[in-house]
Design a protein around this ligand. Sequence first.
Ligand code: NAP
Length: 295
Amino acid sequence: MSAQIISGTEIAKTIREELTREVAELKDLHGVVPGLVTILVGEDPASQSYVAAKNKTAKNLGIHSEQVTLPAETAEQDLLDLIHKYNSDPKINGILVQLPLPRHIDEAKILFAIDPEKDVDGFHPVNVGKMVLGEQCFLPCTPHGILELLQRTGVETSGAEVVIVGRSNIVGKPIANLMLQKRDSGNATVTLCHTRTKDMAFHTRRADILIVAAGVANMITADMVKAGVVVIDVGVNRIGVTDAGKAKLAGDVAFDEVKEIAAAITPVPGGVGPMTITMLMKNTVQAAKQQANIA
Ligand code: NAP
């Protein structure tokens, strides 16, 4: 039997409708308009399109959105100065620096300079630390989106064997952490796989929930999963060009074959991707409320 397709596009649409109402209410009742600035250094086409999508989504929701584009040769100190300016700008509640940054800029130094109260990407060590401790904080957008996908699809994580492929700071490590938190959206038994894992299929076959964020097209095949697994495919791999001249995308999971075995699966595109941007908006609205002391 073919799996239920978990549509991130549909779930993101619902959350965006909720956010649109919340943003309107914030303005009407409190005179608060959430503000987001995105900062892009350089001309990487993928980064340009991500930033454009973030700004467009923000505007559609009624969020005040500013976009700063800097040349690739921008000095680290100039970028730090800009961040400090936005840290003290009351119109701006959330600051997003698009990654990756050019090599001459120390990424950690830049991310650590963002005021944790405005760190809507959830990458500042204060927010990472709070997340690990299970405290209220800004969750990183992709793991946050995965939590929402599971919750809104009614997937039970408590007691589940959750196997994650990939241990990056932006996806693998935080989602592993969230899955093991002692609360309803967690309580899972977590296994984290990476390039040094000896027998990956041994682990993936045990998964009740399999989350794959490796960046290797179609690496998870039907023989590597058990019947009834829920699959969250985070991978976005450009594998060619469509007839319309657009990038042809594939996930990390061989969708056509795995969907015949799984209970539920996210597609690529249209799965995790739309949720990531939506969670950025959710964090921005949360930031505006916190900064205005609105519960
Ligand atoms: P990353 O920083 O490159 O990390 C990849 C991780 O996967 C690493 O931990 C690596 O292990 C592991 N890995 C790579 N190949 C492997 C293999 N053959 N077997 C086992 N483990 C392997 O990537 P990322 O930033 O987490 O992104 C992962 C994928 O998700 C990419 O395709 C990216 O485009 C996509 N992504 C999508 C969204 C979205 O919103 N849809 C957001 C973020 C990322 P080692 O640590 O041992 O090197």
